[in-house]
Design a protein around this ligand. Structure first.
Ligand SMILES: C[S@@+](CC[C@H](N)C(=O)[O-])C[C@H]1O[C@@H](n2cnc3c(N)ncnc32)[C@H](O)[C@@H]1O
Length: 219
């Protein structure tokens, strides 16, 4: 699927997004709790694929300056209407570099986005470039698991596998070893990991296995 098509799907589902996240029993705001001891008032944070802002609104409530980037203007209009973000930029994450200077952000987060990408190295390299030394990178991704269209024999701990979801978007699941290597090669050290399940939203369809990482960029 072309990036433009994915953007259209995201634009189309924007109005329903906050409601549908609830249906999956997902609560993106949990990330702020996991980061609490590493952040402080006035820090500048980038939310990659900010959408309607569910993952970063609590950071703003804690006094951080929140910036967001996303390719869906509709999602960001909804985010803007919540009035907490300092700056929102329309940008396709496939276009490298992202429109920010080196070492511009104290912290970077991304939730519900990395499962739309197979190869994550370009995004991790951009995070490593934009974030200040000792800054926190908090990210959420889909872990590899047997699911519709993916059998035990397809799993690749040192790589990623994908399947077509019932809502028509290809989703990627990343192996633990792949992520560890990616972090190491980009100077990012893990601090916390949290596994969780998201309800697929349909009876009889497997839950989605997700994992949150809280990590730190080294000097
Ligand atoms: C599932 S939503 C997650 C939104 C928010 N981060 C959250 O946790 O609720 C995925 C977001 O990623 C954005 N996105 C997906 N692919 C993208 C791309 N190639 N470039 C920019 N944004 C993208 C979508 O527009 C959407 O806002």
């Amino acid at each position: 699927m072309k990036p433009d098509d994915v953007q259209k799907i995201n634009d189309k589902s924007a109005d329903m997004y906050d409601e549908s996240v609830g249906e999956h029993r997902y609560h993106p705001e949990f990330i702020s709790g996991l980061c609490y001891e590493y952040i402080k008032q006035g820090d500048r944070l980038l939310d990659i694929g900010i959408g309607t802002g569910l993952a970063s609104i609590n950071f703003a409530r804690m006094g951080l300056r929140v910036h967001g980037i996303d390719h869906s203007e509709k999602m960001m209009d909804l985010c803007r209407s919540k009035g907490f973000a300092d700056e929102l930029k329309v940008h396709d994450l496939n276009d490298i570099p992202f429109p920010y200077p080196d070492r511009y952000f104290d912290h970077v987060i991304t939730s519900g986005v990395l499962q739309f990408f197979g190869e994550l190295d370009p995004i991790f390299k951009e995070v490593a470039r934009m974030i200040k030394p000792d800054g926190i990178f908090a990210f959420v991704l889909r872990e590899q698991a047997v699911t519709e269209g993916v059998g035990e024999e397809d799993l690749r701990p040192d790589s990623y596998v994908s399947h077509m979801t019932h809502y028509g978007i290809r989703a990627f699941m990343h192996g633990d070893e792949y992520i560890r290597n990616l972090m190491r090669s980009n100077g990012i050290t893990g601090l916390k990991e949290l596994r969780f399940l998201l309800w697929s939203g349909l009876e009889g369809l497997s839950d989605f296995n997700f994992k949150a990482y809280i990590a730190r960029k080294s000097q």
